[in-house]
Design a protein around this ligand. Structure first.
Ligand code: HH2
Length: 288
């Protein structure tokens, strides 16, 4: 099944004829890659503005770290972190996504202008599917084995690609049954969420199987520990590996890359688009 040509997120309709860049805006004191850096609302808003200038097609605001070993945050604290930031960036001209598992945060974020819900639990929390269905927001359904506190203890699969695919297919069907049209839905294998480096690499190789679900695939590989294992690099030295992994994901069918480094990703995707013959906006390659 081919994916819809357009992704509908609230008042936005994003064409899917070229890969999209989702810039990460963490408002957490403890995120794995940029924890604490953008913790205050003002700093987070300035960071989001910079990401849009660099070419982000959408922004993902998160107020709860999900790094391995992290502990849950209360809804009131999550709201205190994300709502002022969402309010401060909804006017930037790109859709704002809220990275949350809590229905109350989903509803408040959408009321503040968020156009997408990015849920690492794929709307499995009671009330979450209804919260999204009742809004016009889009949704990213992510696969995770276990929960962040313990997920990396002993990830195990018989066949990681077919198990992740079956889970995502079931969640897409549940969304459709609840009235969330397919053109509002994105799926994500959840790199690093209850997966070893081998599992992550198998999923990257197997992305075409996920793309065949008929909804756009989002890949979040930016700065993740598998890239550290492969290169021996610390988190702040994983730019080249992150860009490479993002390109490989797009070549295997990903349509959205969730990244921290928007400018570098945009340049890499421009080269890929040019090689694939996708017209570059405002640039005539026929001129010498
Ligand atoms: N990864 C992270 C958080 N949210 N959402 C989706 N859909 N896919 C991902 O791969 C994904 C995600 C982890 O990265 P980050 O936001 O940088 O860190 P933290 O969770 O510690 O805030």
């Amino acid at each position: 099944m081919t994916a819809p040509a357009t992704l509908r997120l609230g008042r936005f309709a994003l064409p899917l004829d070229r890969p999209l860049i989702m810039g990460v805006v963490n408002v957490t004191p403890d995120s794995f890659s940029d924890g604490g850096q953008f913790f205050g609302a003002e700093a987070a808003i300035a960071h989001a503005q910079a990401l849009v200038r660099e070419g982000a097609d959408l922004l993902d605001v998160g107020g709860e770290s999900t790094r391995p070993g992290s502990l849950p945050v209360a809804a009131a604290e999550e709201l205190r972190r994300v709502i002022p930031v969402i309010e401060g960036i909804v006017g930037l001209g790109v859709p704002v996504s809220v990275d949350t598992t809590k229905p109350s945060v989903m509803r408040a974020a959408v009321a503040s202008g968020a156009a997408m819900v990015n849920d690492i639990l794929a709307l499995r929390t009671p009330g979450a599917i209804e919260a999204v269905a009742a809004s016009g927001a889009g949704v990213c359904l992510m696969h995770m084995q276990g929960e962040p506190r313990t997920m990396q203890a002993n990830p195990s699969y018989d066949d990681v690609v077919s198990e992740v695919r079956a889970f995502l297919a079931a969640q897409v069907a549940a969304c459709e049954a609840a009235g969330i049209a397919r053109d509002r839905v994105v799926v994500d294998p959840g790199f690093g969420f209850g997966k070893t480096a081998e599992h992550n690499l198998a999923l990257l190789r197997g992305l075409p199987a996920l793309a065949s679900l008929g909804v756009p695939v989002l890949a979040g590989l930016s700065r993740k520990s598998t890239l550290g294992q492969i290169t021996g690099r610390a988190i702040d030295e994983r730019l080249a590996a992150s860009v490479a992994a993002g390109l490989l994901a797009v070549e295997r069918g990903a349509r959205i890359l969730r990244v921290h480094d928007v400018a570098a990703t945009r340049d890499a995707l421009a080269v890929l688009n040019a090689v694939q013959g996708i017209p570059l906006r405002g640039i005539d390659l026929a001129r010498s």
